[in-house]
Design a protein around this ligand. Structure first.
Ligand SMILES: NC(=O)c1ccc[n+]([C@@H]2O[C@H](COP(=O)([O-])OP(=O)(O)OC[C@H]3O[C@@H](n4cnc5c(N)ncnc54)[C@H](OP(=O)(O)O)[C@@H]3O)[C@@H](O)[C@H]2O)c1
Length: 361
């Protein structure tokens, strides 16, 4: 088996590790062959927050000399190649959370016609949203474009949908506008589409880097677009809520200082600008809160029931993915070598924001 690994404390360093041991299934276990997965800044954040949130624990590194190495999880599809578990058969296809590797051995529990949970011992303490595997169309019936969009957009638009829902529930935290940081990221765009579709929502300002401003403007999904250099030119008399996908504390400090009491609330979501995450004294911590998508999802499943939640979410993701077809260009790369070839660009943020990278194994 081959597995893509990164150095946990310096994740720009990566390698493909091998393990030639034959993997033997015990009763109740299945073997899945990874087919394809998306790779975006979200996956880099799994490395940045690897120790904090436990992302390193999902898929232990294989091979010799694994000390200091970790595996970044990815979203995508796999096919069952062998099964010793009831309700799961050879040839079943699954959508879920995988290691960037050839295969994954799992132990399905709570199997139903729609999904199962990987009950492997080491995953039990981890958030259940990441341990669910949903049955997908089998080979021969599958729609490659829809599958790529699901890998690329589903986890990110799920988050955009949940942020919209949470901020709306909080009556926009009393703000008259929402500033979205790292506006070109797919998670931000998911949120922006949700806000643009909501007649009750307050106007939005998308803040992005100079190089991405034309792209973001061309989408017409934010009420207004500005660059990180324009922060002090924004009207500080407008009560403002910030949704932060960047995690750039220098930028946040500038915004908090500029808006002062009119900075009503900051929702900390992402860390695309992970190089600038050092604490900044101007950040108003008491009006900032970390947003963890699986937590808000559990809350809404409780409120709306699993079926009600899935219905609302799927309708939002499918509609929004449809809107992205005019600009989203899927770039497929081949195998773990392909992942190695694009990894640094995604890490550094130099990948083109209108591209979505799919690794086909
Ligand atoms: N808390 C949660 O539950 C949750 C759930 C899902 C996603 N997220 C987070 O949302 C963020 C966005 O993820 P995504 O997959 O949607 O991103 P993406 O589409 O891959 O976003 C790419 C954009 O991010 C910025 N960027 C990426 N790397 C950068 C770097 N090294 N330096 C500067 N800018 C960089 C650039 O945007 P700009 O030029 O516009 O800054 C770039 O165009 C991630 O941090 C992700 O973890 C959080």
């Amino acid at each position: 088996m081959n597995q893509f690994q990164v150095k946990k404390n310096r994740f720009s360093e990566h390698r493909v590790a091998q393990d030639s041991h034959q993997q033997v299934l015990q009763d109740g276990e299945v073997m899945a062959k990874v087919e394809s997965f998306a790779f975006t800044a979200n996956n880099i954040t799994y490395a940045v927050a690897g120790d904090m949130i436990g992302y390193w624990k999902f898929f232990p590194p294989i091979g010799n000399d694994t000390s200091g190495w970790g595996v970044i999880p990815v979203w995508g599809f796999a096919e069952i190649t062998e099964s010793k578990a009831d309700g799961v058969s050879k040839g079943d296809r699954l959508f879920g959370y995988w290691p960037p590797a050839d295969t994954l051995k799992m132990k399905p529990v709570k199997v139903n016609p729609q999904s199962f949970i990987d009950g492997s011992e080491h995953r039990q303490e981890l958030p259940v949203g990441y341990n669910v595997y949903r049955f997908a169309d089998k080979a021969g019936q599958k729609d490659a474009r829809a599958d790529n969009e699901r890998s690329l957009l589903f986890p990110l638009f799920l988050t955009g949908f949940l942020i919209w829902d949470a901020v709306k529930e909080a009556s926009w935290y009393g703000a008259k506008q929402i500033i979205v940081l790292s506006a070109s990221s797919k998670t931000s765009l998911g949120l922006a589409y949700a806000l643009a579709d909501d007649a009750d929502a307050v106007p939005t300002i998308g803040l992005t880097s100079k190089g991405n401003v034309d792209f973001v403007n061309s989408l017409g999904v934010y009420s207004r677009v500005a660059t990180y250099d324009d922060v002090t030119a924004l009207d500080s008399s407008v009560p403002t809520t910030i949704v932060d996908m960047a995690g750039n504390n220098e930028l946040l400090g500038k915004l908090h200082k500029h808006f002062g009491d009119n900075m009503k609330f900051t929702v900390n979501v992402g860390l695309t600008h992970w190089e600038n995450a050092a604490p900044n004294p101007d950040v108003i911590a008491e009006r900032s809160e970390f947003f963890f998508a699986p937590g808000q999802m559990q809350k809404r499943i409780k409120d709306w029931g699993a079926e009600g939640f899935d219905k609302k979410l799927n309708s939002f993701v499918l509609d929004t993915a449809e809107k992205c077809r005019s600009w989203l260009s899927v770039k497929e790369v081949s195998g773990l070598g392909g992942l190695e070839s694009i990894y640094n660009a995604v890490c550094e943020g130099s990948a083109n924001p209108n591209e979505g990278i799919i690794v086909r194994m």
